[in-house]
Design a protein around this ligand. Structure first.
Ligand code: SER
Length: 318
């Protein structure tokens, strides 16, 4: 039975991964580490929750020892657009949390999952069907922290056998907790605007393709990679995974099927546009499929239907 610590459990991924992990491994076996306060929806009360600043290694170490943790999910990051505005913060948080988790894991014998991202690629990476192993020269601070995360995680495995594994997440679409400061966030915000009956101002140009994934698939990826048979893993940090690739026009057209009056206008944010332009259009995730059976279930159509249903309930709209 795993004993899991999630660091960053109140963020976009953490708030849903906590619930899923507790349903699999048991409430008392999943410890929710949070920095921003927990949401008042009661799920934290189902199991242990601990305030942790990931930049304070002793707080991670104390929790790992107290609860005899064997697996750490390190979800702490400053997303791409915010990290370009505050590069030192992006670096300190991304690298600081990673190194603290790796050092505690090395001392205490834990496995570690730290997500990488499509942001780990850059302008001279092949943009279509981006291979698993290819050029990684990102032009953002966020991307640099993710490449370093991949390299140093492999280093801790090769040198000290710390069981590090991860996936390169695309933009994640979800209804429970909003992302903040990312370049792919538009693909979440557009749903909120449509369901609220408002128009949407798109910060990226038509024709800007990026990989995306609906949250249930992202949770499967984060759990399945940590459950994978290590003998089958040729790669570790980090696997390309994707569910779909679209541009603003395609997601707009899907949402219009439910809200024919919905309007989208463009007001391009040069920072976000330049970041998006430097990222792949679509990843090749065949290594993840072959080495640990990755298989997504939600395409753009299914994601749109489910997001709209959930947001209608959440926002009390029909
Ligand atoms: N969603 C992230 C961002 O846009 C990419 O991994 O920054």
């Amino acid at each position: 039975m795993k004993k899991i610590l999630i660091i960053g459990s109140t963020g976009q991924i953490g708030s849903e991964l906590s619930v899923r992990l507790r349903s699999i491994y048991g409430d008392s076996n999943v410890i929710c580490g949070y920095y921003t306060p927990p949401y008042p929806d009661g799920f934290f009360e189902a199991g242990p929750a601990v305030e942790i600043n990931a930049l304070h290694i002793e707080q991670i170490a104390d929790t790992v020892k107290q609860y005899k943790i064997d697996t750490i999910y390190n979800l702490v990051a400053i997303l791409s657009a915010t990290a370009e505005k505050y590069p030192k913060l992006g670096w300190d948080v991304g690298i600081g949390s990673l190194m603290n988790c790796l050092d505690v894991a090395r001392e205490c014998g834990c496995a570690v999952f730290t997500p990488s991202s499509i942001g780990a690629f850059g302008p001279n990476t092949p943009q279509d069907h981006t291979p698993q192993d290819t050029i990684q020269r990102p032009s953002t601070v966020y991307g640099i922290t993710k490449v370093l995360g991949e390299l140093v995680s492999d280093y801790y495995f090769d040198r000290w056998q710390v069981d590090t594994r991860s996936v390169r997440f695309p933009g994640i679409i979800s209804s429970m907790t909003l992302p903040g400061g990312g370049t792919t966030d538009y693909a979440v915000e557009i749903f909120y605007k449509a369901v609220a009956g408002e128009s949407f101002v798109c910060p990226l140009k038509a024709g800007t393709f990026m990989d995306m994934m609906y949250m249930p698939d992202a949770l499967d990826a984060a759990i399945d990679i940590m459950e994978a048979d290590p003998k089958r893993l040729i790669h570790r940090n980090s696997f390309n995974v994707t569910s779909m690739s679209f541009d603003p026009e395609m997601i707009y057209a899907q949402i219009k099927k439910y809200y024919p009056e919905f309007q989208m206008i463009y007001d391009v944010d040069p920072l976000k546009q330049s970041i998006a332009d430097s990222w792949p259009n679509c990843l090749d995730d065949s290594c993840a499929r072959n080495e640990w059976g990755w298989k997504p279930h939600f395409n753009l159509e299914r994601t749109t239907a489910d997001m709209i249903k959930r947001l209608q309930n959440k926002l009390g709209k029909k």
